[in-house]
Design a protein around this ligand. Structure first.
Ligand code: FPP
Length: 239
């Protein structure tokens, strides 16, 4: 087994960064970089499932990405539709359950339809869950959760002192998914960029300079080697 000696995270999160620079280096339009980025995602899902990772969360489109050019936004929205059409069989064979996190109501009608259908069609698969963040922002998620709590409070569904760390989670997009154990950000930037702010509190962070379309199986292996060496204390002192 290739994961001998490694500690495998149950939940891996990835900020898929560097598509634009990858394309620019090749004098290609940015949207071509995203196309290669989507192909990379397909490979990384397979590698992750082979390692026994149970949840893979990826940042595909942030709430702030709507401000990019209409051409790039449309290309990304079309890519999502195309991806699930093209790889439907493969995702089924790999046992990939799909989830989508974010303000999905912002998506164009066609993309929304495709992601909802993909969730429904895959709901009984259990080898790995691919959680794709679309029109997602961590701060936006926390504000949304606060509003939902406020609504429940007004309707007397919950009392104010029942708002605990555990209960607050129920108002987030994916209360049923455990927090990420490891976050990988390729692409050279060393920041979180509004991804899973609540959920990343105790996540191990790993940054690398490789641009996402170039991300290799060995790059993933190296991240897992490093993760295996980390001592996770959650603020406590280990004996
Ligand atoms: C960040 O790179 C990447 C994105 C904003 C988009 C990521 C999307 C994909 C990899 C495709 C996802 C596809 C599916 C089917 C879910 P960037 O454009 O900011 O790159 P740069 O920092 O080099 O400019």
């Amino acid at each position: 087994m290739k994961n001998q000696g490694l500690i495998i995270p149950e939940h891996l999160a990835i900020i898929m960064d560097g598509n634009g620079r990858w394309a620019k280096k090749r004098l290609l339009p940015r949207k071509v970089g995203h196309r290669y980025g989507a192909e990379k995602l397909r490979q990384v899902v397979r590698w992750s499932a082979d390692y026994g990772i149970k949840y893979l969360s990826v940042y595909a489109f942030s709430a702030e990405n709507w401000a990019r050019s209409a051409d790039e936004v449309n290309a990304l929205m079309n890519l999502i539709v195309e991806f699930f059409g093209k790889y439907e069989d493969e995702l089924r064979e790999e046992g990939v359950r799909l989830r989508f996190t974010g303000e999905l109501s912002d998506l164009p009608e066609k993309s929304l339809q495709v992601v909802k259908q993909a969730e429904l069609d895959s709901k009984d698969r259990d080898r790995i869950m691919l959680n794709i963040a679309l029109s997602y922002g961590g701060r936006q998620e926390i504000v949304r959760a606060s509003r939902l709590f406020g609504q429940d409070l007004l309707e007397n569904q919950i009392a104010i002192d029942e708002l605990t760390l555990e209960n607050f989670r129920n108002y987030l997009f994916t209360p049923d998914i455990p927090d990420p154990d490891l976050l990988i950000r390729p692409g050279g930037e060393v920041r979180i960029s509004n991804f899973l702010l609540w959920q990343l509190s105790y996540t191990e962070l790993y940054f690398s300079d490789v641009l996402w379309p170039d991300y290799s199986e060995d790059d993933l292996y190296q991240a897992l080697v490093e993760y295996s060496k980390r001592e996770r204390r959650y603020g406590k002192v280990n004996k």
